[in-house]
Design a protein around this ligand. Structure first.
Ligand code: HH2
Length: 272
């Protein structure tokens, strides 16, 4: 899943693709590099971000969704929004995936929309809201708590009519989590696979990688790739990243390696 941020203030690429022509060209590039989903967002959810009114968000994302749909390329368009009006317009314009970082809590009617349209969705864990989520986040056990939350949101979506096979789940790396919480979630990601739905992981260029490497936000591609490899091995199957080419290469190698794992290879010893 390649990230297309049509925002002035996203934490790693704010302002770079604000112009719709640049955003559409960026989406085309990410797809050519191996993205099978492009995630279009018009509201930053970085820590401390202020909410964006629906009209402004729509003005940003709609021309981009329409433009990508007009490319007729083999990729799914995802709309990264928590707002019903934005999701509805994006689905009308050609999107077929709703990525909601509030897991249908901000706008519960989003669940009915996703159900009616029969599209895919991602439900993500977030503690609190972007404005305050990094103010001393606490958990009993971060993995158990995130798992219980995702289980509850999965049930709520199914109860609202969304088909289970349309739902993907995301532990929400960096959303109300300390460095240790993020690392623990990555280390124990396999515990979330028992939820029975594909796991989405979004570590790309995030600040915990900056803290570990000392690198600036645009120089975190290697660190991001490391987390994607770890996450794949522990069961993640959708990787929301800014740097698609590097991630796609790494995942091709990891997927090929683990395709034959954990079966024991048959040894053929020739003794003649
Ligand atoms: N992270 C961000 C935004 N949306 N969606 C999912 N499912 N998972 C994530 O981890 C996730 C997400 C934040 O990254 P970005 O879009 O690059 O930044 P910003 O929110 O500042 O636009």
């Amino acid at each position: 899943m390649g990230v297309v941020n049509v925002t002035p203030d996203s934490f790693s690429d704010g302002g770079a693709f604000e112009d719709e022509v640049a955003a559409i060209a960026h989406a085309r590039r990410l797809i050519s590099e191996g993205a099978s989903i492009v995630d279009v967002g018009g509201e930053s959810t970085r820590p401390g971000a202020a909410p964006v009114p629906a009209a402004a968000e729509l003005e940003r994302v709609l021309p981009v969704v329409e433009g990508i749909a007009g490319l007729h390329v083999p990729a799914q368009i995802s709309i990264d929004t928590m707002k019903l009006a934005v999701a509805e317009a994006a689905l009308d314009a050609g999107a077929s995936y709703v990525n909601d970082v509030t897991a249908f809590r901000h706008d519960p009617e989003l669940a009915a929309l996703v159900a009616d349209r029969g599209v895919d969705c991602c439900l993500m864990h977030m503690l609190g809201e972007p404005r305050t989520m990094q103010d001393d986040p606490r958990y009993g056990d971060v993995v158990d708590d995130v798992k219980a939350f995702l289980e509850e949101r999965l049930r709520a979506a199914v109860d609202a009519g969304v088909k289970e096979e349309r739902i993907q789940l995301d532990p929400g790396i960096g959303f109300g989590k300390t460095l240790e919480h993020n690392l623990e979630l990555l280390r124990r990601l396999d515990e979330l696979t028992t939820l029975g739905r594909p796991l989405v992981i979004g570590t790309s260029r995030k600040s915990f990688l900056g803290r570990l490497t000392g690198r600036d936000v645009t120089e975190r591609v290697h660190a991001t790739v490391a987390t994607s490899v770890i996450a794949y091995e522990r069961g993640a199957r959708v990787f929301r990243v800014h740097d698609v080419a590097a991630t796609a290469d790494a995942l091709a190698v990891v997927a090929a390696t683990f395709a034959r794992w954990p079966q024991t290879p048959t040894r053929t010893t020739t003794t003649s």
